[in-house]
Design a binder for this molecule. Structure first.
Ligand SMILES: [Zn+2]
Length: 497
């Protein structure tokens, strides 16, 4: 057998990968974007990135690397057959159901055409990948080939930075159709989620209540709300028409500890800044004996063990427009009033300003600022339309928070508090940045300066307003609001102290 250079070997494999396995990806991209430069860039990035990884794995792991590549090739064959035949994609939910499928349930999928496809496109090339005589070359050649391909990929990504909005709004589909990354990344995500769900959190020291006064706290976790677009912080548009009239509302200067949901929500719920998973606020208070309920239309929180956990479908009974965050308020008063426990904590995890389709987050009566863009392609051409939609989502948040306060005002025989803070901020086109997720050390202030409001009913001491707070103040302030005595309590981060 003739010897083949590793460069040629990897080039052949990445071309095969693009032509045989990424047709659905390219078709989807062509149908949804007519920017020729972007489409060509996507194809080249697929080629160069797969070349880079293939080269890296085969050069470093030699034969083992080729065996892994061959297995990947076979899985890509099966996955692509499945994607094309059933017009689907390799997203998280499909893979989850795949992993939960028993052998006898899978049998009907194995047809003659499936078998032929697997043998011709999967197994025969697999034999070649493992059996070929490959000349791995020197470290110098490795540096040139790997470095060159990576540089081209990065350059093209940078040249298409203006397309982040489009990619953001099609990320599920694009991610689910890119072979082999769709199933590799999503399988890793499922594994991480399963591990997290079973993760043992480090318990905090036992706590107790210092009295049996009846209290209820509603903690609202915001999504992508930024301080700069709230009129309560000086924004020129009236985006807080209702909260600005609430007597005794405290408006605090807050910073998020991260710029993405998973880390932001964790920071709100944990007692100090840590990479470890300590017992989070709802679990801790549940264990201490409070009534705790988690209501969510979002995701990404650390595992909630113990408290009642209600998702949109559980909350939607009798709600007309259950696709909006108002569903979180359904039965809120009844839950508080019917609780036998002296201390009640209800956490609402909202989704109100989640991008990029901000205009889909609020009911039509909140469309105060128009026109709004209903697709992101427009947003790049008419940035004001994106801001209009975002501002409307803040107005809707204002309405929801005011509703909660109105509800709490009429709760009988309990002191009540509403505490709102966003998980992180949002970029709306400043310096061509959109959405969020820039590492916190480099992030622009729009991505970490978040709105934070607290309202207390009579029966509570007043709160102080420090120059600036971070998300960990929530944990300690809520402990105090519910009269919890705990060695984990830090008075320096308590708004009531
Ligand atoms: Zn978020």
């Amino acid at each position: 057998m003739k010897e083949i250079k590793l460069t040629t070997f990897c080039a052949i494999l990445s071309i095969v990968n693009l032509v045989c396995f990424n047709i659905p990806f390219m078709v989807y991209a062509c149908r949804n974007n007519d920017n020729l430069f972007l489409l060509i860039s996507l194809a080249i990035v697929l080629l160069t990135l797969n070349f880079f990884v293939c080269y890296l794995v085969c050069f470093l792991l030699r034969r083992l690397g080729r065996i892994l590549t061959a297995i990947c090739h076979l899985i890509s064959t099966i996955a692509t057959y499945y994607v094309i035949s059933y017009n689907t994609m390799m997203d998280e939910s499909i893979l989850r159901s795949f992993f939960n499928t028993r052998m006898e349930e899978a049998a009907p999928f194995v047809t003659w055409s499936f078998a032929a496809c697997v043998i011709i496109l999967g197994i025969l090339p697999m034999i070649w990948i493992i059996g070929a005589k490959v000349n791995y070359g020197s470290w110098k050649r490795f540096g040139k080939a790997a470095g060159g391909s990576l540089a081209v990929s990065l350059l093209l990504v940078l040249c298409n930075a203006g397309q982040t909005l489009w990619i953001g709004s099609h990320d599920t589909e694009l991610g689910g159709l890119t072979m082999p990354w769709s199933y590799i990344v999503n399988t890793c995500r499922i594994a991480i989620q399963n591990r997290n769900a079973n993760a043992k959190e480090i318990p905090l020291p036992d706590a107790s209540f210092s009295n049996n006064e009846r209290r209820a706290v509603v903690l609202v976790i915001g999504e992508s709300a930024r301080k700069a677009n709230c009129s309560l912080y000086g924004y020129e548009r009236e985006t807080n028409p209702l909260l600005s009239k609430v007597e005794g509302l405290h408006v605090l200067n807050a910073k998020s500890c991260a710029t993405f949901t998973i880390a932001g929500v964790k920071s709100i719920l944990e007692y100090e800044d840590t990479d470890a998973l300590y017992e989070i606020l709802p679990n801790y208070l549940h264990r201490t004996g409070a009534k705790v309920q988690w209501r969510t239309v979002n995701w990404g929180e650390p595992p909630v063990h113990g408290p009642e956990y209600l998702k949109r479908a559980d909350l939607a009974q009798g709600v007309e427009e259950d696709r909006y965050d108002g569903v979180l308020l359904n039965g809120l008063r009844e839950t508080i009033e019917n609780s036998e426990e002296d201390k009640v904590l209800i956490i609402l995890h909202t989704n109100t300003s989640h991008g990029p389709a901000y205009c889909q987050r609020y009911p039509s009566q909140f469309e105060v600022y128009t026109p709004v863009c209903d697709n992101v392609e427009q947003a790049a051409k008419a940035p004001q339309e994106l801001i209009n939609a975002y501002d409307n989502s803040i107005i809707y948040t204002d309405f929801l928070l005011n509703e909660i306060i109105d509800t709490l005002k009429t709760v009988q025989d309990r002191s009540c508090a509403m505490f709102y803070i966003s998980d992180h901020g949002e970029s709306l086109g400043e310096n061509s940045l959109y959405m969020h997720g820039v590492p916190i050390k480099m992030a622009p202030r729009e991505q970490y300066e978040v709105p934070c409001f607290i309202w207390l009913s009579e029966g509570y001491r007043n709160v102080r307003e420090p120059d600036e707070i971070d998300q960990h103040w929530v944990f300690h302030s809520v402990l105090d609001l519910l009269d919890v005595e705990s060695p984990a309590y830090n008075p320096e981060k308590d708004l009531l102290r």
